[in-house]
Design a protein around this ligand. Structure first.
Ligand code: DGL
Length: 278
């Protein structure tokens, strides 16, 4: 099927993730580009992405992009580290004229922030074994000697999807993943999955309760992604001017009421949400 890319500044931006993780990116897009119409697609029927193969992620990312283009998207944000690492190249090849922004674990900001040279990266298992990710890690380590500790956080996406950001089970899981990293000397934690900013406070609290002398920096790239999106739109002449109010539409391959509730709980937003088959 042919998908013409809209060249109208009034067209919406398409954003997708396996579930609610991309909402942590959406809040930065809203803050920096308040005049833009946005469509958010949560692929909840297929979450989590972290356990999927690269081949599956490529096919799925292309299918979801086609869906968002059918709804009139003028640009795409792959608001998921896992899908970006596995599939953004294929999406760009399939839709060469579509402005596309991805999310990758903040290795460079992590290396810039660390004071003792040890940076831990929390992400899904797929992200951490991605070729692109591993090549960047080698490059940065080779240049400035940063030691990266990689921690797949199996099960954490599911807890966040269930809305458990501060409960005992999530706290225990975070402790199990983060404490060994601190004990190995990490002074910087990269939140390399878009779901994880929603447990940023819980991590910060856990770190504070340990009372270590070394302060710990948490890195999230949502802000940088929104800035890159603004640059791309501006470069393409696609920035929507203000005037009439901007719209937000939610789509999900899962349950519409559940996504509506998650929008309200996580961002305090109340968009119309439709359940769709993609
Ligand atoms: N939020 C996604 C990421 O940034 C995907 C998590 C998942 O579905 O496993 O990696």
């Amino acid at each position: 099927m042919v998908h013409p890319i809209p060249s109208s500044a009034d067209a919406p931006i398409g954003v997708f993730d396996s579930g609610v993780g991309g909402l942590s990116v959406l809040r930065h897009i809203h803050a920096q580009l308040p005049h833009e119409h946005v469509m958010y697609f949560a692929d909840s029927a297929f979450a989590p992405y972290g356990a999927k193969t690269d081949e599956w992620l490529v096919q799925r990312a292309i299918a979801v992009t086609a869906f968002l283009l059918d709804q009139g998207a003028k640009a795409l944000v792959v608001a998921c580290n896992t899908a970006t690492v596995a599939a953004i190249k294929a999406v760009r090849t399939a839709y060469p004229s579509l402005p596309v922004v991805g999310v990758e674990p903040g290795l460079k900001p992590g290396a810039a922030a660390t004071r003792n040279g040890t940076v831990a990266v929390l992400a899904t298992a797929s992200t951490l074994r991605g070729e692109k990710f591993l090549a960047l890690r080698e490059q940065i380590s080779g240049t400035n000697g940063t030691r990266f500790l990689l921690q797949p956080c199996v099960g954490l996406v599911e807890r966040i999807e269930q809305g458990d950001l501060t409960g005992a089970e999530t706290a225990a899981m975070l402790k199990g993943y983060v404490e060994p990293l601190l004990e190995q000397g990490a002074d910087t934690l990269v939140l390399g999955c878009t779901h994880y900013p929603f447990v940023r406070e819980a991590i910060a609290q856990m770190v504070a309760e340990r009372g270590d002398a070394t302060p710990v920096t948490l890195i999230d790239t949502g802000d940088a992604v929104a800035r890159q999106l603004a640059r791309l739109l501006e470069g393409a002449g696609l920035l929507r001017p203000g005037g009439t109010p901007a719209h937000l539409h939610g789509y999900t391959s899962g349950n519409a009421a559940a996504l509506q509730q998650q929008f309200a709980n996580l961002l305090g937003l109340h968009p119309e949400v439709k359940s769709v088959v993609v």
